[in-house]
Design a protein around this ligand. Structure first.
Ligand code: NAD
Length: 256
């Protein structure tokens, strides 16, 4: 299988996009390390059915020292990380003037600084073996803004910048770094935004349709499975010269 012998660390993989990507990588032969605050036992059981090893570490990635503990665990138990998927992320919606300062700090810590910390800790082993894949799950919000999402949009723009720098610093090696930029994907993170609209008087169906109608011309959600297949391509030899890309998978959001 394409990823036999590789270890993939997927941050924030107990639900949503991270779990979907972990599933595709495990199905294609990778050993996987899960992380996140959700029901990791159920996720691990699901992924174990693909036959590879599945590990889990509960690091809170908003804390740099816990990220170091995560990498110590990965090295101790799996030898090294060949594929790093920086996926963990949170959202908060409020106008700038009333944006809670602690939410700003936690979004920047998780959605941006954790990507830096995981990358700096993953790179030495990847460089030593001259092969590695760093895949950052950014967002269409790495390229455009939306009202109410100051911290998220700032962090995701930062992730695209960091991706370019890492891609340049590894350009003459077997290590690549790219971002995937999804539009709407129906995960717990987006469900929260649907729930907020329902609380404001819309039906769940109206809320889902309104979210899509505002931004996503296809009127269909991107799926975690589709994101997993794109990540799998970025791990392939065919993608060796894809470097520093911000790969949109957004139902046409950024084509507008
Ligand atoms: P989700 O809420 O389903 O999953 C987030 C994961 O991160 C969970 O496993 C959660 O436990 C984990 N997590 C949260 N805080 C953490 C912390 N401090 N330390 C470690 N793990 C933590 O969300 P999702 O929609 O699957 O989002 C995953 C990524 O995709 C995020 O970076 C998000 O910005 C990005 N994204 C999502 C969408 C979308 O429409 N859902 C669109 C574009 C980009």
């Amino acid at each position: 299988m394409a990823l036999s012998g590789k270890t993939a660390l997927i941050t924030g993989s107990t639900s949503g996009i991270g779990l979907g990507i972990a599933d595709v990588l495990a199905r294609n032969g990778a050993d996987v390390i899960l992380n996140g605050f959700g029901d990791w036992q159920t996720a691990a059981e699901q992924l174990s059915r693909h036959g590879g090893r599945v590990g889990y570490h509960p690091a809170d990635l908003s804390q740099a020292e816990q990220i170091e503990a995560l990498f110590d665990y990965a090295r101790r138990e799996f030898g090294r990380v060949d594929i790093l998927v920086n996926n963990a992320g949170i959202q908060h919606v409020a106008p700038v003037e009333s944006f809670p300062v602690e939410r700003w700090d936690s979004i920047i810590a998780l959605n941006l600084s954790a990507v830096f910390h995981c990358t700096r800790l993953a790179l030495p082993d990847m460089q030593a073996q001259d092969w590695g894949r760093i895949i950052n799950i950014a967002s269409v919000h790495g390229s455009v803004g939306s009202t109410g999402k100051a911290a998220y949009v700032a962090a995701k723009h930062g992730v695209l910048g960091l991706t370019k720098v890492v891609a340049l610093e590894t350009a003459q090696s077997g290590v690549t770094c790219n971002s995937i930029c999804p539009g709407w994907v129906l995960t717990p993170l987006v469900q929260q935004q649907i729930d907020a609209r329902v609380a404001a008087g819309e039906t769940p169906e109206q809320a889902r349709s309104a979210l899509l109608a505002e931004k996503q011309p296809s009127q269909a959600f991107v799926t975690a499975e589709q994101l997993g297949e794109l990540a799998l391509f970025l791990c392939s030899a065919a993608a060796q010269q894809v470097r520093g890309a911000a790969w949109n998978i957004d139902g046409g959001w950024l084509a507008q």
